[in-house]
Write a protein that binds this ligand. Structure first.
Ligand code: NAP
Length: 517
């Protein structure tokens, strides 16, 4: 049995005792164990602050970018092995495993390119300089400098490699050392990725730590210059925010939590049109890709009443293209849930939804999932979205979505989406500009990202489920209130904005050379 180690103070270290088990969710076979008991996490954080921070801060953006490019290549060189591990430990088909592994290398590479663009500086100028008094002499300039602590990354089980890479890319480029902790149940791909990063020989000493297993007393040792970037459930996000050390030291916390993402179909969209077909194609993908275990998956769909039956018809046909089964079996396009323990959670959530909605497609899974955490897609219909709070509150983290009617009015659609109290993404399908405009500004305050789907992008859209490094990821309220990625915006989490005041020539001399043109 493989016992997974943690990489702390530039050494691989094994925790005491047996620790938690990791499984193949398709067979239930135990794959490995991971323990963090007895590891000195205070010393690990201290080492990262003392050794890793100065090493990264001494590098220019271009050098940090080159480091990220090198790390991306190191992972890509072992792509096949990572894909196999991903399928074995997370139950995903080859195509869905690529989503995690290639997403990781692509995000590292994108931030590598950004580093090259930012050039030889080591800090960022934030906006233009400002005249502060009557005389142009008294001048102000905002700058962003890397924080002096550790970027503590706590990731969810559904994207073990991408979660590690997307957070690390922003922190490294900003100039902060990283301690990355994957969700224990699916830690194998992240563990192998961590080994590859270390083996690459590219990492500056102290810049990277990897905690494999329970979080232990890690948060007890945080300082005001540290940052916690968390992805996972809203319940754990609350615990981290309320942690006494985090509260006492005002530790910066970014949370990406669960969310009930939505699609709205405009009244102008006719069944059979390009926009309709795009909607159905993207909704099927959102339900089936990674068995619906994406934070960005669409959980709620609002359509004019008359479009509900045609949508169900289209979904029956479209979902037939995603035969479910063990991920390595011939012809299977939808694998299992990521961990055996997800099965009872998804089953219970579907049962709760079935208590208030019609089950229109599929069936709630029976049994206990011990023969494989396999769940077929289930589509619910809720005829009274305003009178059914549960459909806006309960995120079933599996292949499930709920169709609901609305009048065709953009304002009403916006109000219904807002009942989810904050989402990562919403998609509006319409070719009517006036409707799209009204809906966009209803959706924007409640969503981190809005995709305007229509015939003009039918051939180009990557769908709402794909998080791109150029665009921000995160959403208000229920979605955690966080912000990651978005190109240069993603660096802000790891930097302090400082307003510098002084004589204009002095400021220009000291700061002027930061960001390269
Ligand atoms: P989770 O149970 O909240 O766990 C997430 C991470 O937090 C894991 O690494 C976990 O470690 C750790 N953790 C657990 N208790 C902790 C504590 N008291 N203090 C600090 N860390 C703690 O969530 P999950 O079940 O892995 O993820 C599923 C949820 O994540 C879904 O609801 C999904 O919507 C959401 N999600 C959101 C995004 C996004 O970007 N917004 C992306 C993916 C998933 P252990 O595994 O060792 O317990």
């Amino acid at each position: 049995m493989t016992e997974l180690s943690s990489y702390l103070e530039d050494q691989w270290r094994r925790g005491e005792g047996r620790g938690a088990a990791l499984y193949d969710p398709a067979t239930g076979a135990e794959l490995a164990t991971a323990s963090t008991a007895g590891l000195d996490l205070a010393a690990a954080l201290d080492h990262a602050r003392r050794v890793g921070g100065p090493a990264l801060r001494a590098m220019s953006f271009a050098e940090r970018g080159a480091l990220l490019t090198g790390l991306s290549k190191a992972l890509h060189a072992k792509r096949d092995e990572l894909l196999e591990i991903s399928t074995r430990n997370t139950g995903t088909t080859l195509k869905d495993s690529k989503f995690d592994i290639d997403g990781a290398t692509a995000t590292l590479a994108a931030y590598g390119d950004l580093g090259a663009e930012l050039g030889e500086g080591t800090f960022l100028l934030d906006g233009e300089g400002l005249q502060l008094g009557r005389s142009p002499r008294f001048h102000g300039q905002h700058v962003q400098v890397p924080l002096r602590g550790v970027a503590v990354h706590i990731n969810a089980f559904n994207f073990p490699a991408w979660g590690l890479a997307e957070k690390l890319a922003c922190a490294f480029l900003a100039g902060m050392p990283v301690l990355s902790k994957p969700a224990t149940g699916t830690a194998l791909p992240a563990h192998r990725a961590a080994e590859l990063l270390v083996e690459s020989g590219l990492l500056p000493p102290g810049s990277f730590s990897f905690l494999c297993g329970s979080v232990g007393d890690l948060l007890d040792h945080l300082t005001p210059q540290d940052v916690v970037a968390f992805t996972g459930s809203a319940a754990t996000a609350r615990k981290i925010r309320a942690h006494p050390r985090v509260v006492e030291r005002s530790v910066r916390v970014n949370a990406e939590a669960d969310s009930l993402n939505a699609m709205v179909v405009g009244p102008d969209v006719e069944p059979g049109s390009d926009t309709w077909d795009l909607f159905l194609r993207e909704l099927c993908r959102e339900i089936a890709q990674k068995s619906g275990q994406k934070c960005t998956a669409t959980r709620r769909v609002f359509l004019p009443e008359a479009l509900i039956e045609p949508a169900l018809e289209g979904l029956r046909e479209g979902l037939a293209d995603y035969p479910a089964g063990p991920p390595t079996e011939e012809g299977v396009r939808m694998g299992t849930l990521a961990t055996p323990s997800q099965f009872p959670d998804v089953q219970a959530g579907m049962q709760q939804l079935a208590g208030v909605c019609e089950v229109a497609i599929g069936a709630i899974p029976d049994g206990d999932g011990s023969g494989g955490a396999l769940v077929e897609p289930v589509v619910f219909v809720c005829r009274d979205p305003r009178g059914t709070p549960l459909v806006h509150e309960l995120e079933v983290f599996g292949p499930a979505t709920t169709l609901m009617p609305y009048s065709g009015d953009a304002l009403e659609a916006g109000e219904l989406v807002a009942l989810g109290e904050g989402c990562l993404v919403a998609t509006a399908y319409s070719d009517d500009l006036a409707f799209s405009r009204e809906l966009l500004f209803e959706l924007a305050p409640w969503n981190g990202r809005v995709l305007l789907g229509g015939k003009r992008i039918a051939e180009h859209s990557t769908g709402p489920g794909v998080v791109l490094p150029q665009l921000v990821h995160g959403g208000p309220g229920r979605a955690g209130g966080g912000l990651e990625l978005g190109g240069e915006r993603g660096l802000a989490l790891y930097m302090q904005t400082c307003a510098v005041q002084g004589a204009r020539p002095v400021l220009e001399k000291l700061l002027g050379s930061s960001k390269k043109d």
